[in-house]
Design a protein around this ligand. Structure first.
Ligand code: ATP
Ligand code: MG
Length: 229
């Protein structure tokens, strides 16, 4: 599954999980883009941040992995190049490319579209607000798949963070914490990092029956809005 993943959210994860189950896939490889050509107008977060958030979000699923093929490559990301590289890395594997209805609608405008059909089978998943239609697409190489509707987008997550609104439950907890830790999507990026709380030392004997330690208050105000409700 290719994407900017800026940040990865539960819409991506539900779509990947649903397709993995329905198609009996051994593995779903998340491939964060390097520099996406479609998004040249907007500044995209550093590839390393998007890669790490994707690793955090997928870590608990044994069938989910993350590939660096695009983040380690210079230049704009084209799906055709990604698929060529993945095919080279895993020549024996049958590749499926999972993509949302909005991306599928643009597919005929993609570079070297004929070769795309040779390299992978495309699975277009439903996405709220985007009609799933197969008009003009080769039906033997594309399957449309309904997934539980999740009206979440990375754009919305970014603007929520920039407005100091919560993104808990829209993205995995670890991703909320990563966004908070590195002040992504706020003007605070580049400011001094939050000061680490002092370690709380509790011996096993002391801890038994003692009141649980109180979580230290974060030292930087920008961090406070992202705490769990
Ligand atoms: P942005 O708002 O920055 O464009 P996004 O939410 O669309 O981000 P992308 O990284 O662009 O996320 O998406 C990667 C792939 O996941 C695309 O094929 C996209 O269609 C699909 N996708 C994104 N959100 C959803 C969702 N809520 N349900 C189903 N598919 C989704
Ligand atoms: Mg998008």
């Amino acid at each position: 599954m290719g994407g900017t993943f800026d940040p990865i959210h539960h819409g991506h994860l539900v779509a990947a999980s649903e397709v993995q189950t329905r198609f009996g896939l051994d593995e779903v490889v998340f491939v964060p883009t390097g520099r996406p050509w479609q998004k040249a107008a907007r500044e995209v977060s550093p590839a390393e941040d998007r890669y790490l958030m994707t690793v955090i979000a997928t870590a608990s699923n044994p069938r989910f992995t993350v590939s660096r093929v695009d983040v380690d490559r210079d230049g704009p990301t084209y799906t055709i190049d990604t698929l060529r590289l993945l095919h080279k890395e895993r020549p024996a594997d049958e590749l499926f490319f999972i993509t949302g209805a909005d991306a599928l609608a643009q597919i005929l405008t993609w570079k070297d579209v004929e070769e795309l059909w040779q390299l992978a089978h495309f699975i277009g998943v439903t996405r709220p607000g985007h009609a799933l239609t197969d008009s003009g697409l080769p039906t033997d190489r594309i399957t449309l798949q309904e997934v539980p509707a999740m009206a979440i987008s990375s754009t919305d997550c970014r603007s929520r963070v920039s407005r100091d609104e919560p993104v808990w439950y829209l993205v995995p907890d670890g991703v909320v914490q990563y966004i908070n830790k590195y002040a992504l999507y706020t003007d605070a990026r580049g400011a001094a990092p939050p000061v680490d709380p002092p370690p709380t030392e509790i011996t096993t004997a002391d801890a038994r029956g003692a009141a649980p330690p109180v979580a230290p208050r974060p030292a930087v105000s920008a961090a406070t809005t992202a705490q769990h409700p």
